[in-house]
Design a protein around this ligand. Sequence first.
Ligand SMILES: Cc1cc2nc3c(=O)[nH]c(=O)nc-3n(C[C@H](O)[C@H](O)[C@H](O)COP(=O)(O)OP(=O)(O)OC[C@H]3O[C@@H](n4cnc5c(N)ncnc54)[C@H](O)[C@@H]3O)c2cc1C
Length: 426
Amino acid sequence: MSKSISVIGAGSIGISSAIHLQQRGWNVTLIDRKEPARETSYGNAGVINSGSMVPLNSPAMHASLASYLKNDKPHLRYNIKHVLKNFSWALQFLQNSKTRKTDKTAQALFSLTSASLDEHKAFMQRAGNSHRLSEKGWLRVYRNEPGFTEDSYDATQLKRFNIPGQKLNADEVHDLEPSLKPIYSSGYLLSGAACINNPGALLTEYAEQFVSDGGTIVKASIQSIESRADRIICRTDSQPVESDQLLIAAGPWSDDILAMLQYSVPLCVERGYHAHYKLENNASLGRSVHDVQSGFIMSPMELGLRITTGVDLDHRDAEPNHSQLKQVLPSIKEAIDLGSQTDDPVWQGNRPTLPDSLPAIGKTPNHDNVWVAFGHQHIGLMTGPITGKIVAELISNEASDIDVKPFDPARYVQSTVRRKPIWARS
Ligand SMILES: Cc1cc2nc3c(=O)[nH]c(=O)nc-3n(C[C@H](O)[C@H](O)[C@H](O)COP(=O)(O)OP(=O)(O)OC[C@H]3O[C@@H](n4cnc5c(N)ncnc54)[C@H](O)[C@@H]3O)c2cc1C
């Protein structure tokens, strides 16, 4: 009989891991309290870009820290009380933005981003939803000079990893995206990038394929976890789910699930928002467009023009703060013929981020049958399938082409069980 595994979390990471485990003969039960891909993986900007290996906490952020003190930029907003409460996370996050550290982070993240498009294509071929992918690149646009500069940290990393791209002048930006108003003086096209026209639907279709191939999805909320040497029991608000092994892929809630097994982890979230708009005067975009200086992304999606925001550093469960969306609205109207907002509500997502901006992928320190895959910050849609492959290889005791050391969960996942003092041990 094949070995069984439960996967907690049906977002990009959990669904992808479930599929790769299934392909290796595991009997997989995917557990989520919602329908698949209804949380962070639902509302992102849909970009797949091998060049997204530079995290937010990079030398570029380090250099412009002073400009964030006023807390009035759409790129990054923070609740100071939350930051002070999570001071250790914030401090480590900043320490990791130094050049030497970020160089290493980028190297590790590139091992994921560079494999992302091919891994998605393999999933799409199986699920029959390749029509959701458009391979026309990802466009950054700049209102003011100097725009994209060769000596910026980002540019040096794009060069280091041979990411294809080209600088565009104002006319070339207009030729590529004629619906953009002539307010952009330059642009940079990441020509190897791709866009998904509905990330929630893409992942739902992957999950449906997983079920057609014999997988099980249980809609239930995990309440507690009982771990025995050879068996794991997930107690939920409906039936318990038993298996030989467990994978925790609960994105921004992974800390809560790990706490059920007496682990703590310094996981914070970089919140973000989207709103959908109609376009007027037959305006349209051919690809996702990032207005770098104004701090928003416009992505042409099945549900309308999706505007996604920068980072809102606050507690995952705090009241949504729509101020960044409101702030960028006039800039969007300057950029394109924006019509009315669609009936879809404004959406909030929580990018799950560890202090070094690297995900945790691997075994938990004290349980041989409990694994984790979470912490994919801004790139979890694209890196879901490759993460699923790596974690399925680890669980199945297969060799991986990718160096997994940088993702070792032990760097942050710590047991909260106090060891008895020596004098009290028998
Ligand atoms: C505004 C924005 C734009 C982004 N743009 C991009 C982009 O262009 N490209 C890209 O690659 N990434 C992007 N991202 C990042 C990406 O969306 C995330 O990294 C990714 O979705 C994280 O996936 P996940 O599976 O780890 O988490 P999630 O998708 O949040 O999945 C976690 C799941 O765990 C479940 N869960 C939690 N607790 C329990 C419980 N107790 N019981 C049962 N189930 C539980 C939840 O219901 C949820 O479904 C963006 C994010 C945001 C917010």
